[in-house]
Design a protein around this ligand. Structure first.
Ligand SMILES: Nc1ncnc2c1ncn2[C@@H]1O[C@H](COP(=O)(O)OP(=O)(O)OP(=O)(O)O)[C@@H](O)[C@H]1O
Ligand SMILES: [Mg+2]
Length: 141
């Protein structure tokens, strides 16, 4: 199964071609390192596959239901944030889901039986999604 399909991606900055006809697949279970000299286009490639930069040409697809966390090499450290908090931003999507779940728990007290049923379903889905993605071991990791 393929998590990421990149097909014929090309990109230039100011007339300088950075990526030329790049095709790439990331398969389930693979760990990949992208190697190249400074300024060769590694970050540009990652920015394109994570949707931060739109390529001049080509296609990027994440066919499954995949959550992508991306920590840029040039992190902007904000005053008042710990390193742990900065690293956690890579999992913002999961923290947002947890928040949604906690809000649902809060609302359950005032819900009708039908509403409660729906909420229990949603909470169950969020819970298994979080467990499946290792949310509860993030801090120790
Ligand atoms: N937004 C931009 N506008 C113009 N040129 C850019 C932009 N982003 C990157 N470049 C240029 O594109 C080239 C590739 O940059 P990129 O950051 O992708 O390289 P890299 O392989 O990640 O380098 P490094 O190893 O230093 O991290 C460089 O020449 C860079 O100056
Ligand atoms: Mg880089």
């Amino acid at each position: 199964m393929s998590y990421l399909n990149v097909t014929n991606v090309s990109h230039s900055f100011g007339g300088r071609q950075i990526l030329e006809n790049v095709s790439f697949k990331l398969l389930r279970g693979e760990h990949v390192g992208l190697v190249g000299a400074n300024g060769e286009g590694k970050s540009t490639f990652l920015n394109i596959v994570t949707g931060h930069v739109l390529p001049d040409e080509g296609k990027v697809e994440w066919p499954g239901k995949v959550t992508v966390g991306y920590l840029d090499q040039q992190s902007t450290l904000e005053k008042g944030m710990t390193i742990r908090e900065v690293l956690r931003t890579a999992f913002d999507g999961m923290y947002a889901m947890e928040q949604q779940m906690l809000e649902l728990y809060d609302k359950m007290g005032d819900a009708s039986p039908e509403e409660l049923d729906k909420m229990m379903n949603t909470v169950g889905e969020i819970q298994s999604e979080l467990e499946h993605n290792g949310f509860y071991s993030l801090d120790s990791k």
